[in-house]
Design a protein around this ligand. Structure first.
Ligand SMILES: C[S@@+](CC[C@H](N)C(=O)[O-])C[C@H]1O[C@@H](n2cnc3c(N)ncnc32)[C@H](O)[C@@H]1O
Length: 350
């Protein structure tokens, strides 16, 4: 069975939420409120609700049945809980947002697993929080708590976390916006660069779809190379990546999502550097869905151009969905694939 990243973290936080002593203020108040940031699991939110707390959940990544926006709602809340994210910078950003949503004296919690870096995560709490204490250590997970003593130093909003760098895919330097936790933060990825070098030109008025668009480099490069009046759609399940893409590819049409067939085609070109991981584990589920569904959104004569690690069985997958499949470039561990046409139906036995 595939291990889910830090799957015991939310149950551990829930256990502590259920067993923690109630303060006089909390027992006297019938309407305590909590904000839970970036926890995809239900355990903690359910435990808080069981104790009578009104819970607001915020997610940057789209998941079934959950709302997702680029920045948490303003609050204020009586307490905030933050699920340990992937990067240190994202942890600092989320803890800042948490501190901006509670009053002085209110608790900010950070919980996660050892292999996610929770053991050294106390350093990510912003100035203006008191001593960070480990409230619970269990099953290789940890819950850290600190009270806010003063407002956090940075302004509240995604713009306070913007990084602007110069990137160049061969047609000249351009300013590019990143935010914490987006793909290839601060640089152009090597696989993306290789795919950009091999992008076909879309004719005048053509339509391009960038699947898993991230901050938008493939969309921007495909559009740059396209004929007049071409249109690009950026499909991406991370609301913060899409906020960066809005700055980087202002002419693009952005769609928050991860399902190809939710987008109305047809497209002349589908480009992708798709995700090949779910948490820390390699997973081809998204690649399989992309390759299976691509023919449904491509125009007659339309083409899929994608990049992946050469060791992955992408060629075999493409052969099932397309008639013409070729490797367009190899560099280092990466291969660019171009595919078009639907396979011939099997011959009927006479
Ligand atoms: C390898 S990154 C590539 C990002 C961007 N295209 C680039 O080249 O810089 C893969 C992107 O796919 C997004 N993603 C993750 N799951 C997805 C899904 N189910 N459907 C579409 N995109 C997904 C990730 O958030 C990430 O931005």
């Amino acid at each position: 069975m595939t291990a889910v990243r830090g799957e015991m973290a939310s149950p551990m936080a829930a256990e502590w939420a259920r067993s923690r002593p109630q303060t006089d203020a909390a027992t006297a108040s019938s309407a305590s409120t909590a904000l839970v940031l970036c926890d995809p699991a239900p355990h903690l939110a359910l435990a808080l609700e069981e104790s009578g707390t009104t819970v607001t959940r915020w997610h940057r990544f789209l998941s079934p049945g959950q709302k997702c926006t680029p920045w948490p709602p303003p609050g204020p809340f009586d307490e905030v809980w933050v699920r340990m994210p992937r990067s240190s910078l994202e942890a600092a950003m989320l803890l800042h947002a948490a501190a901006a949503r509670v009053g002085d004296g209110s608790p900010i919690h950070l919980f996660g697993a050892s292999d996610e870096g929770i053991r050294s995560a106390a350093r990510h709490f912003p100035a203006g929080t008191g001593e960070v204490q480990a409230a619970l250590i269990k099953r290789r997970c940890r819950l850290l708590v600190a009270a806010r003593v003063a407002p956090p130093p940075r302004g509240d909003g995604l713009d306070s976390w913007q990084t602007q760098v110069s990137i160049d895919w061969g047609t000249g330097p351009r300013d590019w916006i990143f935010y914490p936790g987006v793909f290839a933060h601060g640089r152009l990825d090597a696989a993306t660069t290789l795919l950009i070098e091999c992008l076909p030109r879309v004719p005048q008025g053509g339509r391009i779809l960038d699947f898993g668009a991230g901050t938008g480099p493939l969309a921007a490069a495909a559009l740059e190379r396209a004929g007049d009046g071409a249109e690009v759609v950026l499909l991406e399940p991370d609301a913060i990546s899409l906020a960066a893409a809005a700055r980087n590819v202002p002419g693009g049409h952005r769609v928050l999502g991860g399902v190809l067939t939710d987008i109305s085609g047809p497209f002349d070109l589908l480009v992708s550097n798709p995700p090949v991981h779910a948490g820390k584990q390699q997973s081809l589920r998204t690649v399989e869905a992309l390759v299976r569904e691509a023919p449904l959104v491509l125009a007659h004569g339309g083409e899929l151009a994608m990049v992946a690690q050469r060791r992955l069985p992408v060629g075999d997958l493409l052969d099932h969905s397309f008639k013409h499949v070729r490797s367009a470039a190899d560099r280092g561990p990466f291969r660019v694939w171009r595919a078009r046409g639907t396979p011939d139906p099997p011959l009927e036995a006479s």
